[in-house]
Design a protein around this ligand. Structure first.
Ligand SMILES: *Cc1c(COP(=O)(O)O)cnc(C)c1O
Length: 720
């Protein structure tokens, strides 16, 4: 299909360690059962590099000849590495996948999946939050199921940002310069062995972008990077910061993503049958394809629109205005007019597809990428049933004359990649009780119920160990932070104490500070001598979001309160690693967004994989899962017009639940010290969440209900 290959790492490994290169250059190992063992090997090779980067490639590059020689002489480990590499090779070579069974003879299909962020592993910091982690989990599950998907995104020099919590508890942003050569990926080279360069029209210039390849199991993720040798400062800035704060820069990022995807696939010889836009950031890909159809196939504009729409899928991820990308029409015109003119596209007509009024924007009009994508994708969906309903209402004006319930926005509820978020000890228990191939059965409804047969007391014991690990992690992270900031760690977490976690972006609608509304009441709950509770928080606020940063500072301030200091901690720099520790170790996961603004939420789906239980507002995915036995629902399904009234009602409900149900149930023990009622809830939580809210189920739904119907319906149209 293509002669373009990844650049070799050019390592000087002893032959016995050759399997390490195959393992390091594919993220498969990060979700395999051998993860702890391999992490041990990487640590042995170069502990400092491992601690700093968590990147297998960085470790292999940095390892000293002496360390490599010592490892190569350890025959036991060498044999293990060969066996694990063989297992990886067998995974990659499998042909009897879910996709092959359900869609025989369709393996040559190609689904392009476009996203501004991908959250795959902490060593690849090109994600901000839930949207990116979801995209990462989507790629991993697609690989497991054998769905032929290619991811396309951007590579950012500074990533999103690194968050520091200062001595006084406020957020400070740090923008490190990432060295791409240290990340678990390789640059793509051309026929001559030089870096492959794609020229992407941005505004009226061509931006040169190199291409990096991340192997995600069987599937590929290509990342464009314009921050290359010889590039102008402005071109470099396009790949500077994820979700750059300057509007012209952000628009250029989205041109590079959308139009770049078209030029990239063409250059690689890929001809996608389906183009999936994960949120509106990549919506300019439609313009690129329209232009291609008109120039290469001599389609009329209308014909090109039809062909492009027939092969497009669009997922909208949020009803929050700031999450629905829109640009001032004048800015857009300055950027895309020459691109449109070259193909005879009437730029005003194209902008009409997503034009909306906005008195606050400079020209009074803006181009909404969500509206554009809705009009140019034959299939669209929201990310939970509630969110789809809210979206149909919110975007009904895009479909005049259509009844609200008939607005063509379906629902595919998000899910999480089980093997990535489940602790190895729990995965081992699953293997022992439900069969070593349990992760192959995530799409099977019969298997979902089998989860309820797990031995509760054993789950409890394992969860206890995970909690101890979390408590140590918190102490270690706080020690590092306080050493840097010159303060004294205050938190004194105890693995026997009921532990509640809250971690997500500190967007104001998520109300991280809701639980602090009545401080006296909260103190009575946390500081009860017999039945104490400890709270762990983590999350970044967008750099220009002063309200969000105020919430960080407020919680950071509570860390200094003499009564709360022992029992409240705000961990800095929430990322996939911090997230993994939290979702594996907490007893309860707190989620209290202002309904219905949390389109789905996924962090709560990671917790039951490890024996944790959800305490959540009935928003996003939770109304589909909550059954009265498997967790708790904060508040009711009423939405009050007055935010203050809503906040007070939800806070009251939260306190009552903690006082009357959560805390008593946790501390109620039988003669053997086992919390029987708690365990029943824990097993109900696992049984009702692990299967139905897995990324395997989600990707199977996308494939069956969106991708393959798109392939079939677009059969009569030439590929565009
Ligand atoms: C899962 C995850 C999220 C998503 O959290 P929500 O509950 O959807 O807000 C965000 N960030 C990280 C690092 C995650 O692992």
């Amino acid at each position: 299909m293509t002669s373009h290959t990844p650049e070799p790492l050019a390592l000087d490994l002893p032959p016995a360690l050759a399997p390490l290169e195959a393992l390091a250059t594919n993220l498969w190992w990060t979700w395999s059962l051998h993860r702890p063992e391999l992490e041990g090997v990487f640590k042995r090779l170069d502990a400092a590099t491992w601690e700093r980067s968590h990147s297998a490639v960085a470790v292999l590059r940095a390892a000293s000849p002496a360390a490599l020689k010592a490892l190569a002489g350890d025959h036991g480990t060498v044999a293990r590495l060969a066996a694990i590499a063989a297992e990886q090779a067998a995974y990659l070579a499998r042909t009897d996948t879910w996709f092959a069974r359900h869609f025989p003879d369709q393996s040559d299909r190609c689904i392009a999946y476009l996203s501004a962020e991908f959250g795959l592993h902490e060593s690849l910091p090109i994600y901000c939050g839930g949207l990116g982690v979801l995209a990462g989990d989507h790629l991993k599950a697609a690989s497991d199921l054998g769905v032929p998907l290619v991811g396309i995104g951007l590579l950012y020099r500074h990533g999103y940002f690194e968050q520091r919590i200062t001595a006084s508890g406020g957020q400070q942003e740090v923008y490190p310069d990432h060295d791409f050569g240290q990340m678990p990926m390789r640059r793509v080279i051309d026929e001559d062995g030089d870096p492959l360069v794609v020229d992407v029209p941005v505004g009226s210039r061509l931006v040169r972008a190199e291409v990096w390849l991340v192997m995600v199991g069987r599937n590929r993720l290509y990342l464009l990077n314009s921050d290359i040798d010889g590039a102008t400062e402005r071109d470099c800035a396009i790949c500077g910061q994820l979700y750059g704060t300057e509007r012209p820069n952000r628009l250029e990022q989205e041109e590079l993503l959308g139009l770049g995807a078209i030029h990239l696939t063409h250059r690689l010889g890929l001809r996608p049958h389906v183009w999936h836009m994960n949120e509106g950031h990549s919506a300019f890909q439609t313009l690129g394809r329209i232009r291609r159809r008109m120039v290469l196939e001599h389609d009329s504009y209308e014909e090109a629109l039809r062909v492009v729409a027939a092969r497009s899928v669009f997922t909208t991820h949020t009803p929050v205005a700031a999450g629905n990308e829109a640009f001032d029409v004048e800015l857009v015109k300055r950027e895309i007019t020459s691109y449109c003119q070259a193909a005879g596209i009437d730029v005003e007509k194209f902008i009409d597809l997503g034009r909306q009024k906005n008195p606050e924007s400079e020209s009074g009009e803006e181009l909404s990428l969500t509206v554009l994508a809705l009009r140019l994708a034959a299939r669209a969906n929201g990310v939970s049933r509630l969110h789809a309903r809210v979206s149909r209402e919110m975007w009904s004006h895009v479909f005049p004359g259509v009844e609200i319930e008939d607005v063509p926005i379906g629902a595919v509820t998000n899910g999480v990649h089980s093997q990535s978020w489940m602790a190895p000890e729990m995965a081992e228990l699953f293997a022992r009780h439900l069969g070593p191939e349990w992760s192959e059965r995530l799409t099977s409804r019969e298997w979902w119920d089998e989860v309820r047969t797990l031995p509760a007391e054993e789950v409890w014991r394992i969860h206890g160990r995970l909690k101890e690990r979390l408590v140590k992690f918190i102490a270690a992270r706080e020690a590092l932070r306080c050493a840097r900031e010159g303060c004294v760690p205050q938190a004194d977490f105890d693995p026997n104490v009921l532990t509640i976690g809250f971690a997500r972006r500190f967007a104001p609608y998520k109300r991280a500070n809701l639980i602090f509304r009545d401080l006296a009441r909260l103190k009575r709950i946390l500081c009860n001598a017999d039945r104490p509770v400890q709270l762990v928080f983590a999350g970044k606020a967008y750099p220009t979001d002063t309200t969000g940063k105020g919430i960080v500072a407020e919680i950071g301030g509570h860390m200094q309160d003499p009564e709360l200091a022992r029992r409240v901690v705000l961990l800095e720099n929430y990322d996939i690693e911090v997230g993994r520790h939290l979702v594996q170790g907490v007893d309860v996961w707190l989620n209290n967004p202002r309904r219905p603004l949390e389109a789905s939420g996924t962090s709560g789906q990671k917790v039951p994989l490890n024996g944790g239980i959800n305490l959540s507002v009935l928003d996003g995915w939770w109304p589909e899962a909550y059954d009265g036995q498997n967790g708790w629902a904060i508040g009711d399904e009423r939405e009050r017009a007055d935010a203050e009234v809503q906040d007070q009602a939800d806070a009251d409900s939260l306190y009552s639940l903690l006082e009357n149900e959560v805390v008593p149930e946790f501390y109620e023990r039988d003669a053997n010290g086992v919390p029987t009622r708690w365990l029943a809830r824990m097993i109900a939580s696992m049984g009702s969440v692990v299967g139905p809210f897995s990324a395997a189920r989600m990707v199977a739904d996308y494939t069956t209900d969106y991708y393959m119907p798109t392939v079939a319906a677009a059969h009569d149209t030439t590929r565009g």
